[in-house]
Ligand binder design. Structure first.
Ligand code: PGA
Length: 247
């Protein structure tokens, strides 16, 4: 069955020195279940994180990557550099990147394809806004985002993809989707993937994200469709992240 994943999205927090300090604490956590644990520091802090995590059970992820191999793309980072730093996963299409940095379904798709071609595993974020939720079009929005991101991904490659369902209105707000609603939406995403990939849809991990924390993790994780969490704020506090990991 699908191995649960608990991934920390540190966003624009923790300098390289602070990253070393936090990872030193996180490495002490005993992972008592089967969860695959990933942390995603800022790009500039990845260089410091790689050596600390070597040999530990915590995997390294990034928060973004460019879709070209190299060249005149000022300010960007490429897949080869991330891999050299020990990065295995990359968050793609987070709503903050869509909102503030012009990320679109098209660029998310290009990045997804580049990562899979070069051996990085994408964690593709999808989610509806509050207005879309109120209009009752959550499933349409997230299924379209998912299919757009996966356009051109082969059946073989699909196994390396992780999807994170993150309702935008739940991110950083303290408002979570109810476990039942999150489960239902993730079920809809899986059905959309099944339309294209058939039974392979059962293998792909779909996480929930949006104010997931030490208090609500076990209820969310008890839902059959929810395969893990993408955790923002609570992933920066070792005691809280430990409780999420051992939900
Ligand atoms: P949050 O962030 O847990 O702080 O709501 C989640 C995310 O944006 O990935």
């Amino acid at each position: 069955m699908r191995r649960p994943m608990i991934a920390g999205n540190w966003k624009m927090n923790k300098t390289p020195a602070e990253t070393v300090a936090l990872l030193t604490e996180l490495k002490k956590i005993q992972i008592r279940n089967k969860a695959e644990v990933v942390v995603c520091p800022m790009t500039v802090s990845l260089f410091a994180a790689g050596p600390i995590l070597k040999g530990s059970d915590i995997r390294l992820g990034a928060q973004n990557v460019h879709f070209e191999d190299k060249g005149a793309f000022t300010g960007e980072a490429n897949v080869a550099s991330l891999k050299e730093l020990g990065v295995q996963y990359v968050i793609l299409g987070h709503s903050e990147r869509r909102q503030y940095f012009g990320e679109t379904d098209e660029t998310v798709n290009k990045k997804t394809l580049k990562c899979l071609e070069k051996g990085l595993k994408p964690i593709v974020c999808v989610g509806e806004s509050l207005a879309e939720k109120q209009k009752g079009i959550t499933n349409e929005v997230v299924c379209l985002q998912t299919k757009a991101a996966l356009c051109g991904v082969s059946r073989m490659q699909l196994e390396d993809v992780v999807i994170a369902y993150e309702p935008i209105w739940a991110i950083g707000t303290g408002m979570t989707a109810t476990a039942q609603d999150a489960n239902a939406t993730i079920g809809a995403i899986r059905r959309a993937i099944r339309e294209v990939y058939g039974d392979m849809a059962e293998k792909i991990r779909i996480l929930y994200g949006g104010s997931m924390n030490d208090k609500n993790a076990s209820e969310l994780m008890s839902q059959p469709e929810i395969d893990g969490g993408l955790i923002g704020g609570a992933s920066l506090i070792p005691e809280k992240f430990e409780k999420v990991i051992n939900y």
